[in-house]
Design a protein around this ligand. Structure first.
Ligand code: ACO
Length: 432
């Protein structure tokens, strides 16, 4: 079949130029503009990457209009319902679901990397007790490269694997330590008899004084939340990890960069912002007044947990989390939880409001995750850190994928320069 081409023509009489059109297995085709500058002396201009595919990838597929999310081809609904988080992690990292033996082996390796270097615990005491968990995570994850020199050779696949295991295994320990430091309780060592998710909950909520028992409903809810957050194609934090990785930076530094990028309220910080917003609204009777403020351009209020760059339909993760929310509140006998009722009332009003309908603004994953976290007893500032814990799997898979892609290059965007043209230096005494 003849190569499909896109022709770029100019209104000023310049000769037109052709570019190959590339197709993936699903989703929009792309115009390969890599030769654009060589052929025309021009760049593309796409702030915010509204129309730019920054890479090719085989990991996660999103159809934002239909509200579809697939990890390696599998619908998120099936994975969230039937898999453990580590099973999904294996899938995202390796491309296929593990068989029983592969899964056991994978779990065994992760379990045996959950402890952190003892000296790392002293690193925590350099932080203020009230430091935001994301600030601590950025620092501690970046510092892992100072503790694990033996696995930072990015050109060695074995070294990359060990770093991947270390990051996935240690993130729950590091995140739980962040919480323990904050509340002034002793750090809890991981327990190999517990599952990945149980271990995280144990290290977060357990103390040396009491026996801690996992609650299967709550463990399952946390497992589901981690699965839903594990990857989301080329989002801001993943693109940050890839960009940092393209320079040859070590994996710990790249994941720390991803954590920093995730922190913002337009991205992972939204779950925390949703809770703050619900607290601020306080009561369902204040919803109309709040919605009025959101619609007022001068006010700059946003309906946090609504809207998404890619989903112009209900975020499939939000549906699953809403169901999980019901289950958790039922288990904890919190069916009449004020926050949940307020969230549902707010969602209903927004979904029926012309402002949101016209702009295709639907609840995203963060709209209900905060309510679930709150019910699980997780303090609000830790919400985004848990998102980072889960997304570490996706970040590593995407970072690793870069190494197998022959098209990978140093990521170095260009610009449309709008500053002053060349001018001569003026000595200070002669400046006006
Ligand atoms: N509340 C009110 N208005 C909104 C919202 C919102 N949450 N989101 C978008 N809009 C409006 C914009 O003001 C804009 O209006 P206009 O056309 O009149 O100018 C229109 O909807 C389109 O929005 P954009 O900003 O162009 O959409 P973009 O793709 O850049 O933004 C984003 C997506 C950043 C997620 C935005 O919807 C937002 O800030 N939402 C709230 C924060 C949030 O929940 N983030 C989590 C995202 S999911 C995740 O990262 C895990």
């Amino acid at each position: 079949m003849a190569e499909k081409l896109a022709t770029l023509s100019f209104s000023d009489g310049k000769p037109s130029v052709d570019f190959p059109v590339l197709g993936g297995t699903m989703g929009p085709e792309v115009i390969d503009v890599r030769a654009l500058y060589a052929k025309t002396g021009m760049f593309t201009y796409d702030p915010g990457y509204l129309s730019t595919a920054s890479t090719r990838s085989k990991i996660t597929y999103i159809d934002g209009d239909e509200g579809i999310l697939l990890y390696r081809g599998y619908p998120i609904e099936q994975l969230a319902e039937r898999c453990s988080f580590l099973e999904v992690a294996y899938l995202i990292l390796n491309g296929e679901l593990p068989n029983k033996q592969q899964l056991e082996q994978f779990v065994d390796i992760v379990v045996h990397h959950t402890m952190v270097h003892e000296q790392l615990s002293r690193f925590y005491s350099g932080f203020r007790r009230d430091a935001h968990p994301m600030a601590v995570l950025c620092g501690v994850i970046g510092a892992l490269s100072a503790f694990y020199h033996d696995s930072i050779d990015i050109n060695d696949p074995r070294s990359r694997d060990i770093s991947a295991f270390r990051l996935i295994a240690k993130l729950p320990t590091i995140t739980a330590m962040t919480y323990k430091y904050n509340v002034g309780q002793p750090f809890m060592y991981p327990k190999n008899s517990l599952s990945y998710v149980e271990n995280f909950l144990y290290m977060t909520f357990g103390t040396p004084c009491e026996e801690w028992k996992p609650n299967p409903v709550l463990t399952r809810a946390m497992e589901r939340i981690l699965i839903l957050h594990a990857d989301h194609e080329q989002n801001a934090s993943t693109s940050t990890v890839r960009l940092a990785g393209s320079t040859g930076a070590n994996p710990f530094a790249c994941i720390a960069a991803g954590v920093a990028s995730l922190w913002g309220p337009a991205h992972g910080g939204a779950n925390e912002a949703v809770l703050k917003m619900l607290d601020q609204i306080g009561d369902a009777k204040h919803i109309p007044e709040f919605i009025k403020r959101v619609k007022d351009r001068e006010d700059h209020s946003m309906l946090m947990g609504f809207g998404h760059r890619v989903y112009k339909n209900y975020d499939p993760r939000a549906r699953i989390i809403q169901k999980t929310c019901h289950e958790v509140l039922e288990e904890l006998d919190l069916k009449d939880d004020k926050l949940f009722k307020l969230a549902m009332a707010l969602e209903k009003v927004a979904l029926e409001d012309d402002y949101f309908i016209k702009r295709k603004l639907y609840p995203n994953v963060d709209f209900y995750s905060g309510v679930v976290y709150k019910a699980l007893g997780i303090p609000v500032p830790l919400f985004t850190a848990i998102f980072a814990l889960a997304r570490t799997v996706g970040w590593i898979a995407q970072w690793n994928e870069m190494f197998s892609d022959p098209d990978s290059k140093l990521n170095r965007p260009r610009q449309l320069f709008t500053g002053p043209t060349t001018r001569d230096f003026v000595p200070v005494e002669k400046r006006k």
